[in-house]
Every structure is written in C-alpha cells, then in structure tokens.
Design a protein around this ligand. Sequence first.
Ligand SMILES: C[S@@+](CC[C@H](N)C(=O)[O-])C[C@H]1O[C@@H](n2cnc3c(N)ncnc32)[C@H](O)[C@@H]1O
Length: 263
Amino acid sequence: MSTGVACIAEGESSKNANGELLVALPEPGLSMTQDAEWCVVHIDGKWRHIRFHDYDELYSVPGLYEKVIYDILRCDSPRVLRDLLETELSTSATPADELRALDLGAGNGLVGEELADLGADFIVGVDIIEDAAEATKRDRPGIYDNYHVVDLANLNEGQQREMAGYRFNTLTCVAALGFGDIPAQTFIAAYNLIRSGGWIVFNIKEDFLTNGDDTGFAGFIRAILDDGTLELRQRRRYQHRLATDHKPIHYVAFVGRKRRDIS
Ligand SMILES: C[S@@+](CC[C@H](N)C(=O)[O-])C[C@H]1O[C@@H](n2cnc3c(N)ncnc32)[C@H](O)[C@@H]1O
C-alpha cells in the first residue's frame, strides 16, 4: 500500500513568502476510513503528520482546520445547518435575536460564527478539549458570550446550575456526533438543557443512521422522533465534504423543535 502524499493545491505552501500554510494530503488513490484521514503540514522546516480527528493537533496550527477541511475538502456543514435553521425561523416567524444557543462540540467556532451572523442573541460554546477553547479565542474572539471546556454528561452541581441559568432555547451540534466524539449521553444532557419548544439543530454521518450502526445514534434518533420528543421540521441528506480520496461524504442534517426532555 502506498503511503505517498500529494500536494492538493498549487501554491499551498507552508508559511511561504506570502505567509500561507504548506499542506499536503494523501494521494487520492489511497482509500481510508474517515476516522483515519490525515494531512501533513510544513512547520518550522519539518513535515508534521496530523490525523484529522486529533483535534488538539489540528487546532494547534492556526488556519489548518479551515484550510484542510473547509477549503480543500469543501466542508459545507455549518452553512447547510445554518440555512436550514434560518428557513425554519422564517417559517415560524421567530426572530433570530431570540436565540439563546448552546453550541455543543464548538471546536474553534465556525458554527458560532454562523449563529452570530444569523443574529443570535446569546451563544455559548462547549467543547471537551481546552485546545478548542484556545483556538476559538485565537481565531474567533468574541463570537461566543461564553465558552466552557466541560463534559456535559458529568457536570458538577455548580456547572449544572450555570448551564441551566443560561436558559437555552437552541442546541447546535455540527460534525461532532459519532467517531468517538460526542456520545449519546452527552447529546441527551445538552438536549435536556434546552427549554421546551426550543430549536434542535444537528447532523450526523448517514452511515450512523443505518440499522447496522453501533454508535447507538440510529435507534436513539428514531426513538425521539417516533415518540414526539423531537418534532421534526427538516431532514436533509447532503454532501458534508469530500474524503481525501475525493469521494463525497454524506451526512444527514436535522432541524426540529424540542417537545419534552429525553428521560
Ligand atoms: C469535527 S469537530 C467540529 C467542530 C465544529 N462544530 C465545526 O463544525 O467546525 C468536533 C468537535 O467535537 C468536540 N468533542 C468531542 N467529544 C466531545 C464531547 N464529549 N463534548 C463536547 N465536545 C466534544 C471535539 O473536541 C471537536 O472540537
């Protein structure tokens, strides 16, 4: 099996004369699972290998996440989810400035940026790693009213009180479910922080919605839709991004209204 790399785009040099990053991705013929995907980036005269799901490393290089995932592999998820939410707000005549959003798996703030641009009143980011909070402060300062590095499934009493005090009416969770990232119990804890009638906006890889899925999300999502815990407003399959072998990766986006807590 080849382990070669191929520069994907002309002139994408590492901090070249123009101050741009030099990045290379695996040659397109090299097929791998999404969880194994990687790039190399030229830093201080050396090539560094970074797996996409090693978020601490990915966020540690300013601009790398955006360059690889968004510019080269054309990730579209924050925009797609924002557009779906915007459509539903308009249909229900809800002004965006009423949104008090919890952005779960906030990373370095791309979804927060969409919410802010939409006009949300109040946005709190939550991530499990400190590197995400630091990258947000570095890359998108001021986007979030607050940013917490916590595990929502294991809050202490003070943290629980603080989260409840935010009186969230919107949950966003983009590109963060499955793959050993956010487990169902963390998503449930976040969901239960949203007031009834609030907006629930998330996406998940389509493979995790099939019967053979072992992340638990397929059955869980079906159950909350079937029993009316979540009232579905939009469900859309779309291209999340390209894989490093240039094949499309499809996700399913959901927008709904919370009707009750998940027990
Ligand atoms: C692919 S990134 C998505 C970031 C952002 N939502 C976006 O669309 O650009 C997934 C994020 O989920 C975070 N994450 C993983 N497990 C988590 C957990 N249990 N609680 C909160 N965040 C988590 C990761 O640290 C990472 O920042």
